[in-house]
Design a protein around this ligand. Structure first.
Ligand SMILES: *[C@@H]1O[C@H](CO)[C@@H](O)[C@H](O)[C@H]1NC(C)=O
Ligand SMILES: *[C@@H]1O[C@H](CO)[C@@H](O)[C@H](O)[C@H]1NC(C)=O
Ligand SMILES: *[C@@H]1O[C@H](CO)[C@@H](O)[C@H](O)[C@H]1NC(C)=O
Ligand SMILES: *[C@@H]1O[C@H](CO)[C@@H](O)[C@H](O)[C@H]1NC(C)=O
Ligand SMILES: *[C@@H]1O[C@H](CO)[C@@H](O)[C@H](O)[C@H]1NC(C)=O
Ligand SMILES: CC(=O)N[C@H]1CO[C@H](CO)[C@@H](O)[C@@H]1O
Ligand SMILES: [Ca+2]
Ligand SMILES: [Ca+2]
Ligand SMILES: [Zn+2]
Length: 651
């Protein structure tokens, strides 16, 4: 377990911040309303199971999908069909069985059916499910088939014919794109191509629209099928069921084939919208601006199923909870409950932290998840030993989400992170800081949480996921602290910053810089160099880490001066200096040996850059190291460190 901040005298500062609230969404599509006609499909539960009589007249019209290949399910689907005709007056010729299986635990067979109209079009929401016991009797059922009188009389009926043309599909697609706020113009719609093939699962024609712009559809493609849809009033409309996948959404919509009206729309991606009232990741502390509502912040690559698995601060990457009396239980500790408006809790900074614990837990949950996603994008993946309950790739060891304690009572004026081997939970403890009145909460300070989480990254990556004993003490332990400060710094660099920007750590919680010097490219503002490792007051890991992070700060600014700044690290734009820096830091951790020295870590970073950008930034990096004494001929015998400010010949 590494303690991140040393204790020290605390300066009291006046508190003027107060919580305010500015709604803001980072996903313009978050406001797209999804809906479906609410048909009555009550579940009938039978007190005594119902037997039916199968005859050739009650055979379903069709049985499609993988289950149809299983001969043992044939009788059960015949029972289901006979049941629908006997008990609900549904003609067998309008029944298409879409799914069936026998549950291995309960022995109940579940049969699912959809209505087909004369001519073969499906009624998309004409559905039935029939539950059959192992004696072949129906124990319960529900159905929402459209009444016979609403159906078109034949395949030549008007409903079927009107939809069946490409022009109708093009205008339906355009209407859908507009509805989901991804407008496409007429010219683009004219240029796409439409083709049909038989659907793999249903046998009905499957329309493929291709050549769509990238921002509109994943792989430029969307698919559609012609269907009928029941409205709540019982009438049927002709509709296109269009499936449109986009980066953060996957729409399944029913668009009126005649009018272009959206009759129903579902999003397969976000069943629950995640909303957090937090200091967004662009703000380091409450002193930098107000909280705002952040909607669906999860990165879809790093956290494909979102951050939350329930209505509280638990998820695949972290469980965040209160821990006022310390200790190591977490499952039943206090966590806030989200309502339909998400995680929105009051925060009054003029009160003691305990008064806003729900807001603090929410903030901690948000920041740890942010760190998970950021680190994932830069290579701290499942295979590389990250912290996740479920490993979607099947690689690495799962079952190790971070246990994050907000306002942990086992300490004050500090924070820490424990990193056992891959497969065991990381544990983060955030303490209350007592140097101010009222006290302040480290949960609200991003650089502290980012620092702590980065201990998890560096410990897992160095020496491989299963070895947690590689950054123990001395130079290696010191670099653990230094990487943690560096990643926290990287999150704070913004477009427009220059190498004259100095960065201090822990200022909100502690009241002033927790380190000896600000991070700076000025040798006057911060004089620390490699040779400081020889000083008796630089033997402790945080002091050693400060030297390392100071050296890396020079490397960072050289990379930025040559390549510019990515305004958002999450864009993972490896043509930009700050993104290159984060990437080669993590790549270097994977390359370096267990228990590395400064020189090992430097060489690993140089090698990582050669691989990433072919060595074009090599001299810029060397100049950064050399400026602070870690040039090519720097050396160490493990105790005594000799500075060198030269760069390789050719630089
Ligand atoms: C429809 O066609 C597309 C493109 O060929 C294919 O990816 C998709 O699986 C098909 N859908 C069905 C239901 O067969
Ligand atoms: C959250 O879910 C739990 C269990 O499902 C439920 O008891 C609780 O009422 C829910 N809370 C809110 C605010 O919806
Ligand atoms: C969040 O809570 C505040 C205070 O209760 C309330 O005024 C605001 O409408 C809520 N915002 C959302 C998006 O629910
Ligand atoms: C970096 O390494 C990868 C994997 O070995 C390789 O495919 C890639 O070409 C290398 N890039 C450079 C610039 O050397
Ligand atoms: C580094 O040291 C070697 C051997 O001591 C020497 O030959 C070389 O010139 C030095 N390189 C630089 C850049 O000073
Ligand atoms: C080794 C291990 O724990 N792998 C797990 C990663 O997560 C998947 C689930 O997505 C599990 O099936 C694996 O067992
Ligand atoms: Ca893991
Ligand atoms: Ca390791
Ligand atoms: Zn630390």
């Amino acid at each position: 377990m590494k303690l991140s901040f040393t204790l020290g005298l605390l300066a009291a500062v006046a508190l003027t911040a107060s919580s305010s609230f500015v709604p803001e969404s980072n996903d313009p599509q978050a406001s797209v309303k999804t809906f479906t006609p609410k048909l009555k499909a009550k579940l009938n539960v039978y007190q005594s199971p119902v037997s039916v009589t199968i005859s050739s007249a009650t055979q379903p019209a069709s049985f499609v999908g993988p289950a149809s290949k299983n001969p043992t399910l044939k009788d059960q689907t015949n029972i289901a069909s006979a049941y629908l005709s006997e008990h609900h007056g549904i003609a067998a010729k309008s029944i298409k069985i879409t799914d069936a299986y026998t549950d291995s635990v309960t022995g109940i067979t579940h049969v699912f059916a959809r209505q087909i109209a004369p001519g073969g079009l499906e009624v998309a929401n004409g559905l039935a499910n029939i539950n059959i016991n192992k004696d072949g009797q129906v124990i319960s059922s529900s159905q929402s088939f459209a009444p016979q009188s609403a159906l078109p009389k034949s395949s030549t009926g008007s409903l079927a014919v009107r939809a069946n043309n490409e022009a109708s599909l093009r205008s339906a697609f355009k209407a859908l794109a507009g509805y989901v706020k991804t407008d496409v113009d007429d010219k683009t719609m004219d240029s796409v191509s439409v083709a049909t093939t038989a659907s793999l699962t249903t046998g009905e024609p499957n329309y493929t629209i291709s050549g769509l712009p990238d921002g509109v559809a994943t792989n430029g493609m969307s698919t559609a099928q012609q269907v009928l849809l029941q409205r709540v009033d019982g009438t049927l409309v002709s509709a296109w069921n269009i499936v449109l996948q986009q980066d953060n959404h996957w729409w399944s919509a029913h668009v009126n084939a005649d009018t272009g009206a959206i009759e129903a729309i579902n999003d397969w991606v976000s069943h629950a919208t995640e909303k957090y009232n937090v200091y967004p990741r662009t703000l380091n502390t409450p002193d930098d601006g107000p909280r705002s509502i952040v909607t669906n912040p999860a990165d879809t690559t790093a956290s494909p199923k979102g951050w939350v698995t329930d209505n509280t601060t638990t998820g695949n990457n972290v469980w965040a909870q209160n821990n006022p009396s310390g200790g190591s239980t977490w499952k039943n500790n206090h966590r806030p409950s989200a309502n339909n408006n998400g995680f929105n809790f009051s925060l009054d900074l003029t009160k003691a932290p305990a008064k806003y614990v729900d807001a603090a837990i929410t903030q901690l949950f948000y920041t740890v998840n942010t760190m998970h996603d950021l680190a994932y994008l830069y290579g701290f993946t499942e295979a590389a030993g990250n912290f996740q309950d479920i490993n979607y790739s099947g690689q690495g060891v799962g079952g190790d989400y971070v246990i994050a304690y907000a306002q942990d009572g086992s300490g004050t004026n500090n924070a820490n992170f424990a990193t056992p081997p891959d497969g065991q939970h990381g544990v983060m403890r955030m303490y209350v800081w007592t140097g101010t009145t009222p006290n302040r909460d480290g949960d609200l300070e991003q650089d502290i949480v980012a620092h702590e989480f980065t201990h998890g990254i560096s410990n897992r990556l160095t020496g491989g996921p299963s070895n947690a004993d590689c950054l123990n003490d001395g130079e290696a332990g010191g670099m653990g602290e230094g990487w943690s400060d560096t990643v926290a710094n990287l999150l704070r660099i913004k477009s427009g910053d220059t190498r004259s920007r100095n960065i201090e750590m822990g200022v909100y919680a502690y009241g002033s810089n927790i380190r000896n010097y600000p991070y700076s490219t000025s040798l006057t503002t911060n004089p620390e160099t490699y040779g400081y490792l020889n000083r008796p007051d630089y033997q402790e890991v945080h002091a050693i880490g400060e030297v390392w992070a100071t050296i890396l700060y020079e490397v960072l600014w050289n990379l930025i001066d040559d390549n510019g700044i990515a305004g958002d690290l999450f864009s993972h734009d490896l043509s930009k200096g700050n993104s290159i820096m984060l990437q080669i830091l993590l790549d270097g951790m994977k390359l370096q040996p267990c228990n590395p020295s400064f020189i090992d870590a430097r060489d690993a970073i140089i090698q990582a850059e050669k691989n990433l950008t072919g060595g074009k930034n090599s001299c810029a990096i060397w100049r950064g190291f050399a400026k602070r004494g870690l040039g090519v001929n720097a050396s160490s015998d493990g105790y005594s460190h000799t500075e060198d400010t030269s760069v390789p010949s050719g630089c």
